[in-house]
Ligand binder design. Structure first.
Ligand SMILES: [Zn+2]
Ligand SMILES: [Zn+2]
Length: 347
């Protein structure tokens, strides 16, 4: 089969490799759509150095072509999405049901490296444990289904933030993850959704998806603007979804735009790592919660898939570019350029 193999930072080659075969309890999926995730890009540019060679890609939908375990009600020919995380089911966190915090978290396509590692989905075929497969209604396009995993991470984030009917929320960063937070916040009935984003095309997309207000942080002070828009109170929830270098500075800003009793969620990773300076009085006197959220659990993953299947959220609306596998480097460059929204590859 054809696969995109990463050998070292910046060096990726599309070449013939041996197709995977399923072991007991495993299935092989013909990949139909796979999202390009910032974590793939960090490995591509060398900010994170996984053991190489490696086939990346973990946001994946496709069809089962070979399966060695019945009993899960899945068959050859079924359309599926893959939960790319492999949990140990034994550690303290797995026993508490907090699978995303598993001490031995493994995964597909280099998405987690502490446990079992399987090749990823920038390839014609990918292998996965059967219990990681979720059947998808054929009416759902592969491009939308492939985004179940990132949508689940946003769902986990908003659940932890307690967003509900009538909430006010500020989302910092309108990249794919920020926009999915926006879609879900609408669904949860948030009354005011403010999106701060320096790129004009992303602000436009945010308005198209139902943002109440957008802010260009290069031209106006987002803290002042958020307070203005909320009668001086600030918002109930701030999700910092800028990632990369901006994340740390935005966390400090978020602490000053959150309302009393509110929540600030550090949603994205900071690469390269950076420090934050905090005034603890903001936390103490205002009873502000500063939290994090990371990945999702199998339960939240199925819930995200239900939202997609029922048509209540369509993450496919933020897919801007689709490339064939041969052009994976173009796909990566396009995603790095930020001119795109979500980029996908169709092997
Ligand atoms: Zn991802
Ligand atoms: Zn575990």
């Amino acid at each position: 089969m054809k696969a995109a193999v990463l050998y070292s930072p910046g060096k990726i080659r599309v070449e013939e490799v041996e197709a995977p075969t399923p072991g007991p309890g495993e299935a092989v999926v013909r990949v139909r759509a796979v999202g390009v995730c910032p974590t793939d890009l960090r490995k591509y540019v060398g900010l994170i150095r996984p053991p190489t060679p490696i086939i990346l890609g973990h946001e994946v939908s496709g069809e089962i072509v070979d399966i060695r375990d019945e009993g899960h009600g899945l068959r050859r020919g079924d359309r599926v999405v893959i939960n790319p995380f492999i949990y140990c089911y034994k550690c303290r966190y797995c026993r508490l049901g907090r699978y995303n915090l598993c001490l031995n978290l493994g995964g597909i396509g280099g998405v987690a490296e502490h446990g079992r590692r399987l090749d990823g989905a920038f390839a014609e075929y990918v292998k996965a444990p059967v219990k990681n497969l979720y059947r998808v209604n054929p009416a759902v396009p592969f491009e939308s289904a492939a985004l179940t995993e990132p949508l689940a991470a946003c769902l986990n984030s908003l659940r932890r933030c307690g967003v509900r009917e009538g909430s006010t929320i500020a989302i910092m960063g309108a990249g794919p993850m920020g926009l999915m937070h926006l879609q879900l916040s609408k669904l949860f009935g948030a009354a005011t959704i403010i999106v701060s984003e320096p790129l004009a095309h992303r602000r436009e997309k945010a308005l198209e998806l139902g943002a109440t207000y957008v802010i260009d942080p290069k031209r106006e002070d987002p803290i002042r603007r958020v307070r203005q828009l909320t009668d001086g109170l600030g918002v109930d929830v701030v999700v910092v979804a800028t990632g990369g270098e901006a994340e740390a500075a935005c966390v400090m800003e978020a602490m000053r735009m959150v309302a009393r009793g509110g929540v600030v969620n550090v949603f994205a990773g900071t690469w390269p790592p950076a420090q934050v300076t905090l005034n603890p009085n903001l936390i103490h006197y205002n009873e502000v919660s500063l939290i994090g959220s990371y990945l999702s659990t199998p339960e939240i993953f199925s819930e995200a898939l239900r939202l997609i299947t029922s048509g209540r959220v369509d993450p496919g609306r933020i897919v801007s570019d689709i490339y064939p596998l041969n052009e994976i480097e173009k796909a990566f460059q396009r995603a790095i350029s930020r001119e795109a929204l979500k980029v996908e590859v169709k092997p």
